[in-house]
Design a protein around this ligand. Structure first.
Ligand SMILES: C[S@@+](CC[C@H](N)C(=O)[O-])C[C@H]1O[C@@H](n2cnc3c(N)ncnc32)[C@H](O)[C@@H]1O
Length: 587
């Protein structure tokens, strides 16, 4: 490693624009670091696809077709943070735009080193993908790595034959994402030829992708699925090639599972399903950030004996975190069947959570519900147009898509249900009666990030008002109060409740009835206010509300309160770690 000080003479060179900076500073630095010239080693303006569109990385340095260093340079030191942020995006989500580049590189991984020369500031960073497979971390190096050192590192981590990465932290989720993308493109091209309205295409792509992935991971023949979706021979062949690209049994469950969740939630979710238009506010389909999930699970500290439910499970973030925590302590198949329960009103979310859990714990479960019939098939049959109503359970359409109960014995079943989380009875035609599977007063832990403060009634306001008499006289129902009441009902005495709720819940004067209810049924243990903006497009601030259901709550006991404010540099994960530490002391 060479100290940055050794380049003092170069950085003093006066440069008037970026090109001059490149020529007079960056290029000579690369030469002194021993980086050979040549298109196979230095690639300038390398095209990369990101979630924000196509971009170009200033420079990539390759070692035997493997990008080891990404360089983002700026003329001014003031742009250092921007250069670092850009380089990090390129490195973590490394995804070459051009087909020929993907082909040459072969196995796509994150780029392990970053160099951000900006004005007189020269820093290299090492990138680490943390254990959850999605959170990344940049550590500054003490000096600049030479090409020979990079080569040594690369040689140590490239294993020519296997698919299992030797250095786990160098594995990129991008490689898996590219595979998912490739299959999605084939499906999308097929559906686009039918009469499904364009707004519903994105969702149907994921539903079909999920079916194909599940069959593949469960080592079932995909034939009936391909037939059902009328995929042509050529398309099937292409999908099979992608699926067979890796020996999946060689890949660690979490890497693949989190890459999948990341891919689906980034591409197909948002506050608004893209196709929802005016109805957008009704379902908040967005991901709970991984550090928040981790924090909440650690705060509640569930044991293998605890029966747990997430009644608005989305992509299954909480289920994954809890199952991963239990895996070394219990017979996980038995645990999943007996202890872990979830539901979501959105079929897209249910199917995604099912697939995510299957990838995380391959072969450990059977699904409680599987597709009975798909709306896409229906549309082909009828030759009719599919509308928003057809795909959205919210409007009470009975038919499609529909998840049916597995007739098989209920042993080892993964309890993720397509059901409204606010009740267990069958109210909508697409629901099943879950009263015996999800009874009230029976859970040791209710943990969830239910939909936020927007008004909605899911088309059955009257039923909900009857079920929640506290709401009776209120004109408009709101999500958060209903979900809080439901959580209290689901928990047994002594059961823990940990929810993400809008910040104002405990302060808003109009919600006094709810506050009284909470404080008469629960001992509130902690309220942690999260920084604005951690949920994209959600303007309101959110808090974690942690409480224990009890018959005799005391108003005298102190409540742990904390708030995280974000500045540019705030690292949510480390802030939450500090809070957890303080909470443990406080207890
Ligand atoms: C913020 S997301 C949950 C994200 C989830 N924790 C994750 O990690 O992906 C809220 C979820 O609530 C679901 N939802 C909305 N209304 C619901 C209802 N009445 N019953 C059950 N789920 C509902 C949405 O479909 C969405 O998946």
């Amino acid at each position: 490693m060479i100290s940055a000080k050794k380049f003092q003479d170069l950085i003093k060179t006066k440069c008037h624009n970026e090109t001059e900076y490149w020529e007079n500073v960056v290029t000579p630095i690369l030469s002194r670091l021993g980086v050979p010239k040549g298109p196979h080693i230095r690639r300038r303006e390398f095209p990369i696809t990101t979630h924000w569109g196509d971009r170009k990385a200033d420079w990539l340095i390759f070692i035997e077709n493997r990008p080891m260093l990404v360089i983002e340079a700026k003329l001014s030191e003031a742009d250092f943070e921007k250069a670092k942020a850009d380089a990090k995006i390129f490195a973590v989500n490394f995804n070459p735009k051009k087909h020929e580049d993907r082909k040459t590189i072969g196995e796509i991984r994150a780029i392990p080193y970053i160099f951000t020369p900006c004005g007189t500031r020269l820093t290299m960073f090492k990138l680490t993908i943390l254990e959850d497979g999605i959170t990344s971390d940049l550590q500054p190096l003490e000096g600049l790595l030479t090409y020979a050192e990079l080569k040594q590192i690369a040689e140590k981590s490239i294993k020519p034959t296997g698919t299992k990465p030797l250095e786990r932290n160098l594995l990129s989720t991008s490689q898996f994402r590219i595979n998912f993308e490739e299959i999605s493109e084939i499906i999308e091209a097929r559906i686009s030829k039918t009469k499904v309205v364009s707004a519903a295409i994105k969702d149907s792509v994921v539903l079909i992708l999920n079916e194909i992935l599940l069959a593949s991971f469960q080592k079932q023949d995909g034939g009936s699925i391909y037939k059902k979706y009328k995929l042509a021979k050529k398309e099937v062949k292409h999908i099979e090639i992608v699926l067979n690209r890796y020996d999946l049994s060689q890949i660690e469950g979490p890497d693949l599972a989190y890459a999948y969740r990341d891919f689906v939630t980034r591409n197909f979710t948002g506050t608004t399903p893209k196709w929802a238009g005016e109805e957008e506010k009704k379902i908040g389909r967005y991901l709970t950030p991984a550090p928040v999930i981790k924090f909440m699970v650690e705060l509640c500290n569930p044991t293998p004996k605890d029966k747990v439910i997430d009644f608005a499970c989305g992509s299954g973030g909480f289920l994954g975190a809890i199952a991963s925590r239990m895996i070394s302590r219990v017979d996980i198949t038995k645990y999943l069947f007996e202890k872990l329960f979830a539901c979501d009103v959105d079929i897209f979310s249910v199917s995604t959570a099912q697939t995510f859990m299957e990838l995380l714990l391959p072969g450990k479960q059977t699904l409680a519900q599987i597709f009975d019939e798909s709306f896409y098939v229906t549309s082909l049959k009828k030759g009719s147009q599919i509308t928003f109503d057809d795909v959205h359970p919210e409007l009470g359409i009975s038919g499609h898509p529909r998840l049916g109960f597995q007739a098989a014995k209920r042993e080892g079943i993964l309890n993720i249900f397509h059901h409204n989380g606010l009740f267990s009875e069958k109210i909508q035609s697409w629901e099943y009666d879950l009263s015996s599977i999800i009874p009230e007063q029976s859970f040791d832990l209710v943990i969830s990030n239910p939909p936020g403060g927007t008004d909605y009634n899911l088309g059955h306001e009257d039923e909900l008002k009857a079920l929640f008499p506290l709401e009776g006289s209120r004109k408009k129902l709101q999500n958060a109060p209903l979900f809080i009441q439901r959580a209290i009902r689901l928990a047994k005495n002594g059961g823990k409740i940990c929810l993400i709720v809008p910040d104002g819940i405990l302060a808003n004067i109009q919600l006094q009835y709810l506050q009284e209810h909470i404080f008469s049924a629960c001992q509130v243990k902690a309220i942690i206010s999260l920084p604005r903006g951690i949920f994209p497009n959600v303007p309101s601030k959110m808090s974690i509300l942690y409480m224990i259901k009890t018959e005799r709550p005391s108003l005298k006991k102190p409540i742990f309160m904390a708030s995280i404010e974000v500045g540019e540099e705030t690292d949510l994960e480390s802030e939450l770690k500090k809070i957890l530490k303080s909470y443990k002391k406080f207890k």
